[in-house]
Design a protein around this ligand. Structure first.
Ligand code: ASP
Length: 366
């Protein structure tokens, strides 16, 4: 049908200007996009010093730049998200890798997951200790094991066999996290009260070939015990990527994100919304005298608008809120839109596309 369409594209485009995202949208789409987060939560301007604010923004910018450099040079979305997450795992500002929160017993148990939207291959680790970059281990699980998810001692043995970098346990632990655990115990606070924010890190990207990827890495929640695992290492809850719709990484109160199946729910909703919109556009196409549509809109000519995708994403975060949970997500759509949604007062975040210089932000009103 495209051959048929071509000679009269101008006339038809004018005629149908109201029904479809223009054909030219294809050319306008960014060639690559990346979004990152460093956790959502009760993050208020009045509680941040200028230095803290600047330190978070600089750390986010470094991660964003590292991921964007990979994409700009034609690298894969998988490599880009890994490049963005690694520096945040090393940075004690974030609750992932070094600087992760402490368990009830004062240990550090790390969770991470990664997903390739091209193949829907995925890898995840839960409750691992001593591995410098849990996101790299998650990728190894994906590429070098027959499994999707490994946990605890077994995951550590696998890390060793794969030659992944390990660090002494005191390298991971920070004074600030030790103090949070002590305060939690002394004042009988919940994990939410003691932290007021989640510091999980994540990244999502689409590369120049249109392939997408998502990854998330965390220490979980302060004072967790009994081997508690949150949403971050669960494919479909904290992380999901599918070239047909989107890539998602979440941060927030993990139990609620698991119950809603946030990351996959967003991708599924986007896939169906796309179908609804293209069907609606098709119904606007005039019929021939035989009662047949005079033109069939091809998927390659139709794009979901950023606002339409945002509605679906906000609806899923709304569900988390309705159940009593809080947090946020970063999303890249297959059109290359880099979107955020949160029901908290802030989320450390950043986004960049091939079209512009990008941005980092902290508060929800930015
Ligand atoms: N979602 C993480 C968890 O529940 C926490 C976070 O986002 O910081 O383990």
């Amino acid at each position: 049908m495209r051959g048929f369409f071509t000679p009269i594209v101008g006339a038809l485009a004018a005629l149908f200007a109201t029904f479809a995202v223009p054909v030219s949208a294809q050319e306008e789409e960014p060639r690559w996009s990346i979004a990152i987060h460093g956790g959502a939560g009760t993050i208020a301007r009045e509680n941040m010093t200028e230095e803290q604010d600047a330190a978070y923004r600089a750390a986010l910018q470094r991660a964003l730049d590292a991921g964007a450099a990979v994409l700009r040079e034609g690298g894969t979305a998988m490599d880009a998200i890994q490049a963005a997450i690694e520096p945040m795992e090393d940075d004690p500002l974030f609750n992932a890798g070094r600087g992760a929160v402490l368990t009830w017993d004062g240990a550090i148990e790390l969770d991470a997951s990664i997903m390739d939207g091209r193949t829907r291959d995925a890898g995840a680790v839960a409750g691992v200790t001593g591995v410098r970059h849990p996101i790299d281990l998650a990728r190894k699980v994906m590429t070098d094991s027959p499994h999707v998810m490994l946990s605890g001692k077994g995951a550590e043995t696998f890390a060793e066999e794969q030659g992944l970098e390990t660090m002494p346990l005191d390298w991971f632990e920070t004074e600030r996290r030790r103090e949070s655990l002590e305060r939690m115990k002394a004042q009988s606070l919940s994990a939410i009260d003691v932290d007021v924010k989640f510091g999980t890190v994540g990244a999502v990207a689409i590369d120049q070939d249109g392939n997408m990827a998502a990854g998330t890495s965390t220490g979980g929640m302060t004072g967790k015990r009994w081997g508690r695992i949150g949403d971050a290492p669960i494919i479909g809850a904290g992380t999901y990527a599918d070239n047909r719709s989107c890539a998602v990484s979440a941060t927030g109160w993990g139990e609620f994100f698991i119950r809603v199946g946030v990351a996959q729910e967003i991708c599924t909703r986007l896939r169906y919304r796309y179908q609804l919109e293209i069907d609606a556009a098709q119904r606007e196409v005039p019929l021939t005298s035989d009662g047949e549509p005079s033109y069939i809109i091809h998927a390659s000519e139709f794009a979901l608008e950023a606002g339409q995708a945002q509605e679906e994403i906000d609806a899923v975060i709304g569900e988390v809120g309705a159940l009593g949970g809080d947090g946020g997500v970063i999303v890249i759509t297959s059109e290359g839109h880099a979107l955020f949604s949160m029901n908290t007062s802030g989320m450390y975040r950043g986004r960049m596309t091939s079209d512009g210089p990008g941005e980092v932000a902290i508060y929800s009103d930015e």
